[in-house]
Design a binder for this molecule. Structure first.
Ligand code: ZN
Length: 285
């Protein structure tokens, strides 16, 4: 069994505020260690339950997506890191060889309250992202893409809100709540040492439940996907010009862009394009 482990930072045990996950924050170096620790706990649980391979993909968008401490990560895994990855960045290694997907340190969707550092793809650009009229977070996009690849979305770790949201789509997903969101930058945390024990156990259960057929690939979202993105700010002249030249995008109201996609490879890339579509003349994604 091969595991794809997407590791983000906002849902890591112990972390509650933006400065915890920004490279300018006073605790950033320590927090990288906490992130590596949560990932290692999940990797350990996966191997303990019989996984043959774990590929970790870095999902946190600072420092060109190079945040894990590579000298401390479990030597049995491999790690995909760095910017400019082919296809949908953060899903490069999610291919048909993967059996189970783990989402470690993930966070609730943009528009969710409370929700520790809740956002979808961009906290600075997007208010909310919807598919088929329903608000989605990054775990939803991973679950949909995993289903397309025939992989089961098996584990999520983070606050109570990211778990609640993913369970609406994948009710059987194994979950480990490492903190309880009280606001966007506040919460009640489980100390990381104890959180890691729970993550290891959750990962073990997740692999066993995939192996027994109890957790299966998610295929509940009908393609093509109808996507809407509410921007925080109305697009300026260069973004409007870019979108006008791309027939797959439509500005449907002052701040809402609609697009669609036959699969989540393209869907993810089209959503992500809107984070840099204001660059003059930038019409490729
Ligand atoms: Zn992140």
């Amino acid at each position: 069994m091969k595991v794809f482990l997407s590791v983000d930072m906002e849902g890591i045990s112990g972390l509650v505020r933006w400065q915890d996950v920004a490279s300018s924050g006073i605790d950033f170096e320590r927090n990288r260690r906490l992130m590596t620790g949560d990932a290692n706990a999940a990797i350990d649980g996966a191997f303990e339950a019989g996984a043959d391979a774990v590929v970790v993909e870095e999902n946190h968008g600072v420092e060109d997506l190079c945040v894990l401490l590579t000298e401390e990560i479990d030597p049995r895994c491999t790690v995909v890191r760095g910017a400019g990855r082919p296809g949908p960045t953060t899903m490069s290694a999610l291919d048909e060889s993967v059996d189970a997907v783990f989402l470690v340190g993930h966070h609730a969707a943009g528009g969710t309250w409370p929700g520790i550092m809740a956002h979808t793809i961009s906290s600075g650009r997007f208010r909310e992202v919807r598919i088929g009229g329903r608000r989605v977070g990054e775990p939803d996009l991973f679950a949909i893409r995993a289903g397309e690849m025939g992989a089961a979305t098996a584990l999520v770790t983070g606050d109570q809100m990211v778990i609640e949201e993913l369970r609406k789509r994948v009710p059987e997903v194994e979950s480990v709540q490492v903190k309880r969101a009280l606001g966007r930058q506040s919460g009640e945390i489980v100390p990381p040492v104890r959180a890691r024990e729970a993550i290891r156990e959750g990962a073990r259960q997740a692999i066993e439940r995939v192996a027994s057929g109890e957790i299966t690939p998610y295929r509940g979202e009908p393609a093509p996907y109808e996507i809407e993105v509410d921007l925080l700010e109305a697009p300026g002249a260069s973004m409007r010009a870019n979108l006008e030249s791309l027939p797959e995008f439509e500005l449907v109201s002052e701040r809402t862009v609609a697009t669609d996609a036959p699969d989540m490879d393209l869907g993810f890339r089209r959503i992500a394009y809107l984070t840099y579509a204001d660059m003059e003349g930038r019409v490729r994604y």
